[in-house]
Design a protein around this ligand. Structure first.
Ligand SMILES: Cc1cc2nc3c(=O)[nH]c(=O)nc-3n(C[C@H](O)[C@H](O)[C@H](O)COP(=O)(O)O)c2cc1C
Length: 213
């Protein structure tokens, strides 16, 4: 059997954000799908039953999904997928926010809050059946799992190796904030490379009023 054929099934990559004993937890998953859209949107997550994230979801019965964007830093995938929250605070290594107490990536293409309604134990995995109780758009297009396998995996391995060797997570890119209206620049082009006549999309102020944070 050529199991690489399974890489051609089209789905995405997601960071699950949840809590265990009041602490942030979570991991990378691909086995996450929408199961219905009406009367309530529902989703299904298949989670390895020895992972901390699995124990956390069983404890709290809820989690947030950050849908990875196609320009995600490959380190994020290694950080959440190649190590356990039992050994390291993975959320401390990435820019994140708490949304109603649950951690989400600062940059994701969408966010879904999921409440577990049912579970099914398999030998190695737990299948969580969930209602989507909140959903928010983020920026950009979603990463496709096949593109991760094709293009991003070597970069992910490299970024994770660097992190393990240095013991330090990569510095997140600096934030540029409009000092007039508070707009935070989130574009793909580095702020420094924007043309000098670029203007704040929210209040029209010139590039020069932006401050680096
Ligand atoms: C690309 C990729 C996809 C993954 N997909 C899943 C998945 O669908 N379900 C799952 O439970 N774990 C999946 N994992 C594995 C977990 O992310 C990994 O075991 C993680 O270290 C668990 O961390 P935790 O102990 O903090 O929960 C995936 C890992 C990678 C790198």
């Amino acid at each position: 059997m050529d199991t690489t054929a399974l890489f051609k099934i089209s789905y995405g990559l997601y960071v699950v954000g949840t809590k265990i004993d009041g602490k942030n937890a979570g991991c990378i998953v691909d086995a996450f799908i929408q199961s219905t859209s009406t009367p309530v949107p529902t989703v299904i997550l298949c989670s390895i039953n020895t992972n901390q994230t699995n124990a956390a979801i069983k404890q709290t019965k809820e989690f947030m999904i950050s849908v990875l964007a196609d320009n995600v830093d490959p380190f994020v995938i290694g950080n959440f997928g190649f190590q356990s929250g039992r050994d390291v605070d993975k959320w401390a290594n990435v820019p994140f926010e708490l949304v109603d107490e649950l951690p989400v990536l600062e940059k994701a293409s969408a966010y879904l809050r999921c409440k577990v309604t049912d579970t099914k134990e398999l030998s190695t995995h737990t299948v969580f059946f969930c209602d989507v109780v909140d959903a928010l758009q983020g920026d950009g297009e979603s990463l496709i799992y096949g593109d991760y396998q094709k293009d991003m995996k070597p970069k992910t391995l490299e970024a994770f190796k660097k992190y393990k060797q240095s013991g330090k997570a990569p510095e997140p890119p600096a934030k540029w904030v409009c000092s007039v209206c508070g707009y935070v620049y989130t574009g793909d082009i580095p702020f420094e490379d924007l043309p000098e006549d670029w203007k704040c999309p929210k209040c029209g102020s010139p590039k020069s009023v932006f401050k680096k944070q």
